[in-house]
Ligand binder design. Structure first.
Ligand code: ARG
Ligand code: ZN
Length: 475
């Protein structure tokens, strides 16, 4: 690592601060000056997008329009060979820029066909193209790489990314894991279309996002092709590999469904997966048209994962899901996948909404009312983990998947519903999904939209339920 390369953030900043105290001060000062030096100012892509919880996530200076990922995975040796072709556009003049890649060995890297210099620094793959890229220039980066992918450990201790299983790999990237298997602009602020060409040993299936384009077997290997044409954040990409039973059909609404189920989970999963079309129809009636042309599920057996993920178009389950989990991951297709975060701090816009969808589903299908779900939670004493931090400001990456984000996030929506009435509440959810379809949304934008649609001042309500520490007083 050379600390002179770019502005200090995160761990790098901590290292620099320590150096400033412990090492010879002039060296550290020189490093800091060089990092901000005029020779490179304005032409170096930032090493992160500026997310306070994940300072190295994503990169500045360009937008990836499309990823073409060609991967070959050997389920016995666990070796991955990859070629990633990124079609990007420079948003500033770029003498140098970063990609995110964690582990793996890069053997060749070209920019517009010309070999480019590159180096590694933690999760940053630092690229110096032969010629600086002009602002607005379209360019193509081709990265050839290989190795044994390993999951990353998240601040909350969970693993994400390429997670080996007994028959393949469970590939789930929220929030950071995409970079464990392909070089990416690894932050939901950058959304792209994807093509996948995945080669695995014959007898295994490789499942990615979007529409299934076909499979071909030759020389003991099968290649699966997939296309995700609607914009997708990198963390929602998958290339899950295993022995799967596959089921394909098209719904009444013309959505192409592809379900892949580990045979050991098949009998438990069947009654729940059968409900997928009716769940998507119910959610479409509430939230507006389903945002993608493909859907489905991957039900794996991955006992050490411990979570499901709303992988775009095709949620991933680490074992047969129950119905409310299916409802939850399906609701994320609108809230989280189609409408993306700009900052991980806003995670309640994903998890609070998907949880509230579970409550509404239950209410409308003979289960507990949303009010009952709310009351059960509200009865938790002030010292309960539910009240440990406010969902609109979880405080760190370690808290983004905690109970307050899911449960108190849903409680905030329930309070909104009571304040504006059912009709306006549903209009707010639907307008949110429609106006931000395929792009991004922030909490501030949601609050403004709710106020606009209801004609009410809701600052107090959101302040109390999203931002106030401790158990709120009942409204
Ligand atoms: N978004 C997932 C859900 O539907 C949870 C992902 C948790 N990921 C993690 N690394 N802990 O709830
Ligand atoms: Zn969720």
């Amino acid at each position: 690592m050379t600390s002179t390369r770019r502005p200090a953030t995160g761990r790098r900043a901590a290292v620099l601060r320590r150096e400033a105290v412990l090492a010879t001060v002039p060296v550290a000062v020189a490093a800091l000056l060089a990092a901000a030096g005029p020779a490179t100012a304005g032409t170096i892509g930032q090493s992160g997008v500026g997310d306070p919880y994940f300072p190295s996530a994503g990169n500045g200076g360009y937008h990836v329009r499309h990823y073409g990922l060609t991967l070959r995975y050997d389920t016995t040796s666990r070796h991955l060979d990859g070629t990633a072709v990124l079609s990007a556009r420079a948003t500033q003049r770029l003498a140098r820029f970063d990609l995110d890649l964690n582990g793996l060995k890069v053997t060749r890297l070209t920019v517009d066909g010309a070999a480019a210099r590159f180096s590694r620094d933690g999760q940053e793959l630092v690229v110096t193209p032969r010629h600086a890229l002009r602002k607005g220039q379209n360019f193509r980066v081709t990265v050839t790489y290989n190795g044994t992918p390993k999951p990353v450990t998240d601040p909350d201790g969970s693993h994400d990314g390429w997670i080996p299983t007994d028959d393949g790999a469970f590939v789930a990237g929220e929030p950071q894991g995409a970079m464990t298997w392909f070089p990416a602009n690894n932050h939901p602020r950058d959304k792209s279309s994807y093509d996948f060409t995945l080669t695995v040993p014959k007898g295994r299936t490789a499942i990615a996002n979007g529409v299934f384009l076909g499979e071909r077997t030759a020389h003991g290997r099968t290649t699966f092709r997939w296309r995700q044409s609607e914009p997708m954040a990198a963390y929602l990409a998958t290339a899950t590999v295993g022995k799967f039973k596959v089921e394909r059909y098209t719904t009444r609404d013309g959505i192409q469904v592809y379900n892949a189920v580990d045979p050991r989970e098949a009998s438990a999963a069947a009654p729940v997966l059968k409900k997928l079309p009716s769940v998507l129809e119910w959610e479409s009636r509430l939230f507006g048209p389903y945002p993608f042309r493909a859907a489905g599920s991957v039900v794996d057996r991955a006992p050490d994962v411990g979570f499901a993920l709303e992988t775009q178009t095709r949620p991933l389950y680490d074992s047969a899901p129950d119905l409310s989990t299916l409802v939850h991951e399906s609701a994320h297709q609108w809230f989280g996948d189609s409408v993306s975060l700009t900052s991980w701090k806003d995670i309640w816009l994903n998890e609070g909404f998907a949880t509230y969808a579970e409550w509404l589903y239950s209410e409308q299908h003979g289960g507990d009312s949303a009010q009952k779900s709310f009351d059960t939670l509200y009865a938790k004493p002030a010292g309960h983990e539910l009240w440990a931090y406010p969902p609109g400001n979880p405080g760190s990456g370690a808290n983004i998947f905690g109970t307050p984000v899911y449960a108190r996030g849903a409680m905030a929506l329930h309070e909104l519903r009571k304040a504006v009435g059912d009709r306006v509440f549903v209009r707010i959810l639907r307008t949110w999904a429609t106006e931000h379809r395929g792009v991004h949304g922030t909490t501030a934008q949601f609050v403004r939209l709710a106020e606009r649609e209801s004609g009410k001042n809701l600052d107090g309500l959101f302040h109390t339920w999203l931002y106030t520490k401790g158990k709120p007083d009942k409204a």
